[in-house]
Each structure stands twice: as structure tokens, then as C-alpha cells.
Design a protein around this ligand. Sequence first.
Ligand SMILES: Nc1ncnc2c1ncn2[C@@H]1O[C@H](COP(=O)(O)OP(=O)(O)OP(=O)(O)O)[C@@H](O)[C@H]1O
Length: 255
Amino acid sequence: MIEFNHLRKVYPSTEALRDLTLTIPNGKIFGFLGHNGAGKSTTLKSLVSIIEPTSGTINVDGYNLADHRLSIKKKIGYVPDSPDMFLELTANDYWDLIASAYEIPKDVREQRQTKLARLFDMDSHADEPIGDFSHGMRQKTVVIGALLSDPDIWVLDEPMTGLDPQAIYDLKTLMRSHAAKGKTVIFSTHVLATAQELCDELAILRHGQLIYNGSVKQLLSTMPNASLETIYLKMAGRQGDSQVIDQLEGADKHD
Ligand SMILES: Nc1ncnc2c1ncn2[C@@H]1O[C@H](COP(=O)(O)OP(=O)(O)OP(=O)(O)O)[C@@H](O)[C@H]1O
């Protein structure tokens, strides 16, 4: 179980998180939704210790993150919001780096890497530089890296961006099976159909504030026959949406 208690993050020009309090249970797929800049990555980066919150605490399985940083980091596999890093390394070098940081035994690492690289069609590209990869191949490289240590807690920031349909299907299957084992799967997405299909529970952020936390079922029951997209846009979307689109359409007609 992961608990965020009154988390705040202030950047010089923005208050990215405002008093975020929520609990993420084990054994569920938990989704973060919110417009660009809502605070999703900031929340996930705080959990994986890439950034330090301005105030507030995070507890993982009852342990305070600030006091047990290293042991908690080792339980987490993280897919960052951008796969454009370590471009000069080969995929293999990158996985080596992760294997040594997580102290994964050589035989375990080899077994898992072989399976994951084959699953994501990356086995024949392992010795090529990441900088030569397409966006989707870079994404597959970081997904494999995140899952290499078989971590209990998966923190996936927009993990499906750029993946092909087969890889998306496979990743969704892995996420479901990991949660079914009672482990934790946290991900952010802008694809509301995916969130509706995959998530058990959701947090919706707007301007760094939590505007919904609960089950997808419960949220869908608030508006019978409406999709998550419809409900989300009512909660988090621009007011007078159709008016703005009508004005744009009108402007186009006069061009
Ligand atoms: N390193 C940084 N320095 C300054 N401001 C930042 C930094 N990182 C994020 N921010 C600001 O914090 C706010 C939240 O950003 P964050 O990346 O958490 O949003 P997000 O919900 O993940 O957005 P997106 O959907 O676009 O990825 C934004 O206003 C952003 O400009």
C-alpha cells in the first residue's frame, strides 16, 4: 500500500502539487489522469525519489520513503515520462546499468531479459544504440528495464506512448497479471479508453489538486451509459467546450 500524505511540490513558477492525500492499494491497477501539467509526473517522480516534495510524506508498505529511500527504490520499477535518455548506450548496456543498480543476480537477469526482450521484439536489437531506435523501440527498452528486476511496485508514466498494438496488448496483460498477484501497478495515461478498460481505481488531478479518487465503477455509475471520456471532460475539461469548438469552426469557414 502506498500513502501520499499532504504532498506539496512547489517549483519556482508553479505549485505543481497542492496537498495531495491519497492511498493506493495493492492488488489493483491504479491510474492517474489529468490534463497536461496537472501534476501526474510530479507525483510519480516523488514516489520514485527523482524529486523531493516541498512538504508532505509518502509511505510505502508502512515505511516512510524519506527514511527508507534505498530499500523502497529497489522495490519499484519505473518507466519515466520520456524514453529519450542514455541515447549513446546500447539497449544491453542500459539493462546492464539497471541490473547492477538493482543488484539482480546474473542468471535471474539473463532469464528475465531474454523473456522480456523476446516478448517486446527487442531481442535482435539488444546491441544497437538506443539513439538509433524509433520512439516505440526506446519505450520498449525502458519498459523492459523497469520490469527487469521483477519489482513489486510498477510505476509507469504514460507507458503505452508510441508502443505498437501488440506491445500495448502484452503490457496490459502483464499489468493485469501483476495486480492479480496482489502487487501494485500505478500508471498515468491520457488515453481514457485504456484507463476505463484497465484501471480498478483512479486519481484525477487538476492544477495539482485531487478532484477524484475512487473506483472506475463508482465513477461510471454517476452518469449511466456515459464513457469515462465524457465524465472526465465534465470534471476536468474546459468549461463551454463546444462553444470554443464552434467558434473555431466558424473562424475556419470564414478563412
Ligand atoms: N523541473 C521542473 N521545473 C519547473 N516546473 C516544473 C518542472 N517539472 C514540472 N513542472 C511544472 O509542474 C507542473 C506539473 O507538471 P507535471 O509534469 O507533473 O504534469 P503532468 O500531469 O505529468 O503533465 P503531462 O500530462 O503534460 O505529462 C507543470 O506546471 C509543470 O510546468
